[in-house]
Design a binder for this molecule. Sequence first.
Ligand code: ACO
Length: 428
Amino acid sequence: MSDDTATLKLGSESYEFPVFKGTQGPDVVDIRKLYGQTGNFTFDPGFTSTASCESALTFIDGDEGILLHRGYNIEQLSEQSSFMEVSYLLLNGELPSKAELEDFSYTISRHTMLHEQLATFYKGFRRDAHPMAIMCGVVGALSAFYHDSTDIADPEHRKISSHRLIAKMPTIAAMAYKYSIGQPFLYPDNDLSYTGNFLRMTFGVPAETYEVNPVIERAMDRIFILHADHEQNASTSTVRLAGSSGANPFACIAAGIACLWGPAHGGANEAALNMLREIGTPDRIPHYIERAKDKNDPFRLMGFGHRVYKNYDPRATVMRKTVREIMAELKVTDPVFEVALQLEEMALNDPYFIEKKLFPNVDFYSGIILSAIGFPTEMFTVLFALSRTVGWVAQWNEMISDPGQKIGRPRQLYTGPAPRDYIPLSQR
Ligand code: ACO
């Protein structure tokens, strides 16, 4: 795997380090022996130049705006595949045959119910609790329920836990929503698709039959596909770090949910729609563009910019198209969509955004679709967590199955006081 070496000069000494080539993307300098050989650490807060692991799941070319899952392009997957199929692909490495897909979908549909005792957890939350707070709590609590599959060294146990997590997430998310609006929880209907079942549990009521709208079902499924995985982002790295200590998968996914909640990450779709609503009308856009450019103003254009994409986020392209489809189907217009389109055009022609390579990301348009479907903004990040669970689980599995896996333990550049003697309280 090592094709080349990199030479590091420190003072008068030179050190050689192997350089590895992946199948795509930049080469990496293997610095695992750096400390042992030189006594130095590297310094890379935010991991801007650090590959934290080896992975065969997802590849992003940020300069070209390309996203691949197991080699398949996200545009093709979102147009032609389904969330269940993409889940299988991420977990197993290859697209399933018809029989394999049916078997996988059947298995997932047979794990959708929650232990009845879990429903009581919801009642401990205030009705106005943010659903992400509920998700963190309830998903973490799953650890206390499935004692039959906690041996993470056993691939079969890992598989069962993975299936449970993917299957139960829609039920948990829908219950978080139902709790917030004071409606009864709905049990899953396993005759429906993964996405159709989620829509029914969210928007249906026990007193009426819920008809799944196929256009909304397809749009929602596509949104799930677009969020399924995104290589070593903050929440996925959190899941891997938590899992590296041997923690159980439910606790690891709860940690991922906590990280995803932040407005710089999964919380950005909620923040983006709130921002678009605050802007309100196209004539106010220039004012907000100026604010985003002002170094003394903390305001940023939410849904714009990305650590990896320095080009249009391919997921945003699909999202923009899906907004039009949903609006046509529901026969609604949302003035916020016009604000978004004009804001995008203005920003993309502004030297500040051009120079910094800031483009719309997946979150810029997703809020408009989700709002049109009927989700309140607090639910947006929950939907992200639901779909990203498959990526988290696949990445966690990949890490645990790696024979070279170690506990994650970064080092630091210490800038605190030098050693000093304790001064008794009476002398201070
Ligand atoms: N609006 C205005 N300026 C921006 C924006 C923005 N949305 N994003 C970045 N910039 C500017 C920064 O001020 C910085 O300017 P400087 O070089 O003059 O200091 C430069 O662009 C680089 O920005 P960083 O914050 O250093 O880039 P980083 O890679 O650390 O951050 C991030 C990426 C967090 C996504 C950032 O672009 C951002 O805050 N965007 C808004 C929030 C958002 O949409 N998050 C969703 C990300 S996608 C996801 O998680 C699914």
